[in-house]
Unconditional design. Structure first.
Lengths: 483, 1001
């Protein structure tokens, strides 16, 4: 009996042993190969440079130790990136396969999450680790599907950048006060005075005044403005969207953008308003903090000649008599559901990327605001800059200072994600601004044909114009958001 | 060894069947597996698989290179139309202004004009070619900011936005941008800053231009100088691009500038679908340029993280050749990265940049590339092993199928009751079944004989139970009689118990073990008394055979004898022997330490003789029992109690802290005794009384014997004083009277060893001054007995006076005989012998003396001392004897207590010895003289001679002679001596003189 048992055990051991041996071989090759994860981002310029540098650093240090390789892939804009992601998700012909992680706004992330394709990052971060991040940033990624899906990497808000050289001249000539830069109403009034001031510089030509102000990411103007004025445009509860387009609120928004715009006080020509400032077409703009590196050191005139300018940064203007409020934005990173190994590798990268040291380096180079509580501090940032001997332009420095200051004084708002949020936002982005641009073109066209300015403007200043737009806006919005 | 062999005989045989079977099958299986593996590994299957893997790899890379080459050559770099548009615009301008091309280049305004005019064509080319950028740079060096031109970007060539909204301007005047609806890019600038000609980032401009410039203007063919730049950035913060640029050569050979496109490296990388090279991230593509014939490749762009994993941000790679055609490799430690280099034919033969060899390199991890080969290899191995394992399992099953019934049969056989006929299962194998039948038959006959034995055993009523088991067996055979004997539940027949059950019962039995060798157990009996069983067992190999025998009768008999040996039947106390034994045990060196303070109490029951004599022995026994009952009070103490003899009891109390504790015990006992009484036949109550002597350990004695003696002495003392009490040993008293106790031995020794000598003292006759005779006085040789008074006291106490008498007679006569023979005592001289008054020799002794010393007896003077009245007849017998012998009788110590006138009258001795108490100082005391005179008067009339003892002075001598004594004895005459010495002549003369003086006046 005993001998038999022994023989049996021997055979069992042999079979098991060989299985382990072979299994071991298989594992070995796996272990030797690093986990390669691809990341799609939309950073450009300085942001892309620092991001690439950080990715390389990760690959050479932590990645090398843990067998993780990160391959970044840049798309020019968040729009291009989002399109690529959607193409990949919906298997468009010629689309690339989905990366392991990509940058996404909450609404895009929400849409993809509803397809069940996003990993729950909560599984990879301890409560303690989560607490290191600014709570509001994490909350943005908490959807009704549970868990949290968006890893905050770099956040931005909006502020006012001013061509200080131009402003100083304007202010000296007209007595314009910096105080007016604090409200939209003030900006509008300043813009009018600036138009008049520049118009007056060519006495022989009338109606050739210059625009003072421009705005990037126009949707934020509507979303924040509406919210600030008491009505949340996209009211999301339990994933259900309610559109709240308030007539009076919209009118005020209209009066403080469309109206100055068609009058030529505001403008947008290039891709970003910083481009417009660089060509001397505008003197101030509201843009993302992350655009701080784009603030030009000189203005290039239409003939290619240039002159040096200085910049100044101010907090985001508010509507008169409201609580300060600003957008909290910046695409976070989402991790596509795959294997635990890949997901963990992706999160490992993200944790490293957002650790204070890296996060600060990224902030200093890009104008994005840090996402960890430890890093989101002016003193810390400036000290780090000094330590790293980073040369910061006054605008970048001011941007960080004001940005962090705003994160303390302003209420940061970001609309909740919902299905069709991306499309709805596109409507908000383009509806009023597009109308303004078109109508301004029409005004200029008319003026070019000899119609005097007031006559050319008149149809666009009528209430009917607003009502017409509002109806159209409501329709388009409903179609985008509720279809 | 032998044991194992025997035990495993059946197993060995079945094992060998199986082993042979297994061996054969195993060899077969191994051979089969070996052939299988040999064919696979040596048959070239592997090499083929490897080749295939590389071949597929090559093909994939080649396809991708083809695609990329097509894009680059046919699509992206298709600038012909754009060139023509530019040339047309140039032609128009030249025509309009009537200038030469060279002059046009010198005119900044016209150059701006040209750029503005051609911008839409450049944009169109960008769209047409599906590239990420397009540019026109004029070689005008007149502008301050740099060369004029137009450089437009489209980051996403796949999509198209109306109004050029998706385009960004990198270089060019804002006015041109606005005209064309193109936004300015972040790092836009108005002019091309191309001051640094050799800089890599400027080669998109200079390379084709300088190549063309190197050729004579008339030979500058437009299709000849195109150039693909390597990776570069337009500005520091711009993204990586590659460009294709052609020089713009006017008809007269003037070099106007360059026209070209760019493709961003990200875009190129996007086209290089590395995923096709193996699952996930194992593959990568590398696009590079080799300027050294393929030794190193400068990185243009890469796709796939695997490249980063291997090379990081390497600016170039250097592949190594492999044995596979067209396959290169890179090694890192044990890991290998394989590459397939697919050259891209971008330049025509004999073009200036022909040496810049572009190549697409497909890369794959060796592990992944050859994964399928290795997987097949593993599968083959696993399947071979699995087959082997399965084969082995099946073999085992088959072997088991064959041998299991046999094993079962053996186990059935082993389990079967050997005392019953065995019934075994049939296996359906004829040979085995035949064997089974034979076993059954054999067992039947064996069983019959066994049952006969059992029956015989039962018939002869031997109270014996047997059991049997195998050492590692599961059950134990127990005979029915065993169960009866042991008081276990009795089965109907002989039975089997499980080993555990049996072991449990044996374990239980251990509590009843009475003796170890032989193993005897006392079983609690039902009702009356215990039962005793004796275990005997024997080991035979692995078999244990054992029997329990009822030995109750033997054991109880033995115990009864033991009891009777050790216990006094009357009192149930230890007898003397057992008591001594117990005490010796207690006093053994090992246990002595536990004694602490101990006491030996010797008790003597008073009045027993009286009870016996008065009421009969029956009451005497009851009297003893009543006392023994009192002794039970000691049972609660640490004690040993024994009856020493008829009326003597010993009690030993031990292990006490101090004497007080012992005394407390004793007090209880005394109280008990005080209340005890015996009801006599008369109805009276007789109180129990006892005397006791007590000696302490260790105060009085250090060992048992001594303690016994001390206690004995204490009791002796009390017995001779006040009865009915307990006397503790008194050292002083003991030392005083020890002779009485200690002298016993000495006395015995003296008597037995005849350790006495006799000294002689001459007795002189007054009439002639000659020696009348000698008094023989006993002198014991033992120091303890030197004192004669004590000696006699002792002898009397010990009832040894008769022996002393015998000794005296024997020794004095022997001495007399010797002295007579040697002539020391002259013939006619007499010997005075001190006979013990109360003793008389037996007739036998007397006869013996007469026979031996008959001739001397007439010369003997028997000195007698009369004491008690009862000895009167003894004195008569002595007188009678003296008359027979013709000897004389002397009355000793006349004048002291016992011998007086009455005795003198009664016995009419021949001689009377006046005691020294009368002689001492007689010369000065008229009373003594009167006494002596009256005696002499009395004696003279009755023919009794008078002898004066103890004469020590001349005055005494003269007085006694004057009084008229016949004989004189004393120091004045001669001292005691062991030798016979002559009387000094001076004394003789003095006596004679005095005699004459007083006789004859």
């Amino acid at each position: 009996m005993k001998r038999k048992a022994k023989a049996r055990a021997l055979i069992l051991a042999a079979v098991l042993g060989s299985a382990v041996l072979l299994g071991g071989c298989a594992r070995q090759t796996g272990a030797a190969d690093p986990v390669a994860i691809t990341v799609w981002h939309y950073y450009n310029g300085a942001q892309q440079v620092v991001f690439s540098r950080l990715v390389n650093e990760f690959n050479e240090t932590v990645g090398a130790q843990q067998g993780i390789v990160v391959e970044p892939h840049s798309y020019g804009t968040i729009g291009d990136l989002t399109q690529q992601v959607k193409d990949a998700i919906y298997d468009k012909v010629g689309a690339e396969p989905l990366p392991d992680l990509f940058a996404a706004y909450a609404d895009t992330a929400y849409e993809i999450d509803r397809l069940g394709m996003l990993a729950d990052l909560g599984e990879y971060l301890t409560t303690e680790e989560q607490q290191a991040y600014i709570a509001a940033y994490l909350d943005e990624g908490r959807f009704d599907t549970g868990g949290f899906k968006i890893f905050p990497v770099a956040k931005s808000t909006e502020l006012l950048s001013v061509n200080k050289t131009e402003w100083d001249a304007f202010s000296a000539a007209t007595g314009a006060s910096e105080a007016d830069l604090a409200t939209w109403e003030g900006i509008a009034s300043l813009a009018e005075r600036y138009y008049d001031w520049t118009d007056a510089r060519t006495p022989d030509l009338s109606g050739d005044g210059k625009a003072f102000f421009g705005r990037d990411a126009f949707a934020n103007y509507i979303l924040i403005g509406s919210m600030q004025l008491g009505v949340e445009l996209f009211s999301v509860e339990d994933g259900r969207i309610t559109l709240q387009v308030d007539h009076d609120v919209m009118r005020r928004l209209w009066d403080n953008y469309y109206v100055p715009y068609v009058k030529g006080y505001y403008a947008s020509y290039g891709k970003f308003r910083s481009d417009d400032l660089r060509t001397g077409d505008i003197a101030a703009y509201v843009g993302s903090t992350s655009g701080a590196t784009y603030f030009p050191g000189e203005v290039t005139r239409a003939d290619g000649s240039t002159y040096a300018i200085e910049g100044a940064v101010y907090p985001l203007p508010n509507f008169a008599g409201t609580q300060p409020m600003a957008v909290q934005q910046g695409a976070g990173m989402v991790v596509v559901k795959s294997t635990e190994e890949r997901e963990r590798a992706a999160v490992t990268f993200l944790k490293w990327l957002t650790a204070p040291e890296q996060n600060i380096a990224f902030a200093l180079a890009s104008g994005y605001l840090p996402v960890t509580r430890a890093a989101n501090d002016v003193e810390t940032l400036l000290q780090a800059a000094q330590d790293a001997e980073v040369e910061m332009t006054p605008v970048l420095r001011g941007t960080l200072e004001i940005g962090v200051e705003m994160s303390e004084n302003y209420e940061f708002y970001t609309s909740r994600a919902f299905a069709q949020g991306y499309e709805a936002r596109q409507v908000v982005e383009n509806s009023m601004s597009g109308r303004a641009k078109t109508d301004r073109a029409a005004v200029e066209e008319a003026m070019a044909q000899g119609v005097d300015r007031d006559t050319a403007l008149a149809p666009f200043l009528e209430d009917a114009c607003f009502e017409g737009w509002l109806a159209e806006f409501n329709r388009a919005l409903a179609q985008a958001a509720l279809s | 060894m032998r044991k194992r062999k025997r035990q495993g005989r059946a197993a060995v045989r079945s094992g060998s069947i199986r082993r042979r079977l297994l061996l054969m099958l195993m060899v077969l299986l191994l051979l089969q597996t070996a052939v299988y593996l040999l064919v696979f590994f040596k048959g070239g299957v592997q090499g083929e698989a490897r080749k295939n893997a590389f071949s597929i790899f090559r093909e994939q890379t080649a396809n991708r290179a083809l695609d990329l080459g097509n894009d680059m050559v046919e699509r992206w770099s298709n600038t012909r139309e754009g060139e023509n548009d530019v040339y047309a615009a140039v032609g128009e301008l030249l025509d309009e202004y009537g200038l030469t091309a060279e002059a046009l280049l010198k005119d900044s305004v016209l150059c701006r004009q040209l750029v503005a005019d051609t911008a839409e064509h450049v944009i169109a080319m960008l769209r047409r070619n599906g590239v990420t950028g397009a540019f026109l740079v004029l070689d005008n060096t007149e502008e301050e900011g740099g060369r004029p031109g137009f450089y437009v970007r489209d980051y996403d060539p796949a999509s198209y936005a109306a109004g050029n909204a998706d385009l960004l301007l990198e270089r060019g005047l804002p006015s041109v941008a606005r005209e064309n609806g193109v936004a300015l890019d972040s790092y836009w600038s108005a002019f091309f800053d191309l001051d640094d000609a050799p800089a890599p980032e400027n080669q998109y401009f200079f390379a084709p231009l300088q190549a063309a410039a190197a050729v004579e203007p008339e030979n500058r063919s437009r299709e000849y100088f195109y150039h693909w730049s390597g990776r570069f950035r337009l500005s520091e913060l711009d993204r990586d691009v590659i460009t294709y640029s052609v020089p713009l050569i006017w008809e007269d050979g003037t070099l106007l500038g360059v026209l070209g496109i760019d493709v961003s490296c990200d875009y190129v990388a996007g086209q290089l679908r590395y995923q096709e090279l193996g699952d996930g991230t194992a593959g990568a593509y590398f696009l590079g340029i080799s300027r050294d014939g393929g030794t190193t490749y400068t990185t243009v762009c890469t796709s796939g993280a695997n490249f980063i994993a291997w090379f990081g941000q390497a600016p170039s790679i250097a592949p190594q050749q492999t044995d596979q055609e067209g396959v290169v490799c890179f090694r890192q430690g044990t890991r290998t990265l394989y590459g397939v280099v697919q050259p891209l034919k971008l330049y025509n033969v004999n073009t200036p940049f022909e040496k810049e060899q572009w190549a697409l390199v497909g890369l794959q991890n060796g592990a992944h590339l050859l994964a399928s080969t290795q997987r097949i290899q593993r599968l083959i191995l696993v399947s071979a092993l699995v087959c082997l394992a399965l084969g082995v399992c099946l073999m085992l099953l088959a072997a088991r199928y064959l041998t299991k019934p046999l094993t079962n049969l053996v186990s059935a056989l082993e389990k079967s009751d050997p005392d019953k006929p065995i019934r075994l299962p049939r296996l359906g194998m004829s040979e085995i079944d035949a064997l089974t039948g034979a076993i059954e038959n054999l067992s039947n006959s064996a069983t019959e004989s066994a049952s006969r034995t059992s029956k015989i055993l039962a018939m002869i009523h031997i109270p014996i139970g047997v059991f049997k088991y195998q050492k590692d067996g599961q059950s134990v055979f127990c005979s029915r009689s065993l169960c009866e004997l042991m008081g276990w539940p009795v089965p109907e027949e002989d039975t089997y118990l499980t080993s555990a059950e049996f072991r449990g019962r044996m374990e239980h039995l251990r509590a009843y073990q009475y003796s170890g060798e032989p193993a005897i157990y006392r079983l609690p009996g039902e009702g009356s008394g215990n039962r005793w069983v004796q275990l005997t067992w024997r080991e035979e190999g692995d078999t244990i055979l054992g029997a329990f025998e009822d030995v109750t009768r033997d054991v109880e008999e033995k115990r009864r004898i033991e009891y009777e040996r050790d216990f006094d039947i009357l009192t149930d106390l230890y007898n003397r022997r057992a008591f001594d034994q117990q005490l010796r045990k207690l006093f053994s060196p090992a246990r002595r330490g536990r004694l602490q303070v101990a006491a030996l109490l010797m008790l003597d029951l008073d009045n027993l003789k009286y009870v016996n004599d008065t009421y009969g022995h029956d009451y005497g026994d009851r009297y003893i029992q009543a006392f023994a009952k009192c002794l039970e009070s000691f049972y609660c103490c640490r004690s040993v109690v024994g009856r020493r003899s008829g009326d003597e009891f010993n009690v030993f109390l031990y292990g006490y802290e101090n004497q007080e504790a012992v005394r407390a015990c004793l007090k209880r006992f005394r109280d008990e005794v005080g209340e005890a009484s015996l009801v006599l036949s008369t109805g009276d109550r007789m109180r129990v009384r006892a005397s006791g002597g007590l000696a302490w350990y260790p105060r009085d004695a250090g060992n048992y014997e001594e303690l016994l003696r001390m206690a004995d002495f204490a009791m002796y003392s009390i017995k001779h004083t006040v009865k009915g009490r307990i006397q503790e040993f008194d050292r002083e008293d003991y030392e005083r009277n020890s002779i009485l106790i200690q002298g016993q031995d000495a006395l015995n020794r003296m008597i037995d060893g005849r350790l006495v000598r006799y000294a002689l003292q001459p007795i002189v006759s007054v009439a002639d001054g000659g020696v009348y005779g000698y008094e023989m006085l006993m002198r014991p040789q033992l120091e303890q007995l030197k004192d004669l008074r004590s000696l006699f006291l002792l002898a009397k106490a010990e009832s040894k006076l008769l022996q002393i008498e015998e000794l005296t007679w024997a020794e004095t006569l022997a001495a007399f005989d010797r002295l007579d023979r040697t002539g020391m005592i002259a013939p006619g001289q007499r010997v005075f012998i001190n006979s013990v008054a109360s003793q008389c020799l037996t007739d036998e002794d007397l006869a013996a003396l007469e026979q031996r010393y008959g001739r001397l007896l007439s010369r003997v003077v028997i000195e007698i001392t009369e004491g008690e009245a009862s000895v009167g007849n003894i004195t008569s017998r002595k007188k009678h004897r003296a008359q027979l012998w013709n000897a004389q009788l002397a009355l000793d110590d006349y004048g002291t207590g016992f011998n007086s006138e009455a005795v003198l009258m009664e016995y009419a001795p021949d001689l009377v010895k006046v005691d020294v108490s009368i002689i001492r100082g007689i010369d000065a005391d008229p009373d003594r003289r009167d006494l002596l005179n009256s005696l002499i008067g009395y004696a003279g009339t009755r023919n009794i001679r008078v002898l004066a003892e103890g004469v020590e002075t001349a005055a005494e001598l003269e007085t006694v002679i004057a009084c008229g004594v016949d004989y004189i004895q004393g120091y004045y005459i001669a001292r005691l001596d062991f030798e016979v010495r002559p009387i000094p002549a001076r004394v003789q003369q003095e006596i004679l003189t005095l005699y004459r003086k007083y006789t004859f006046g």
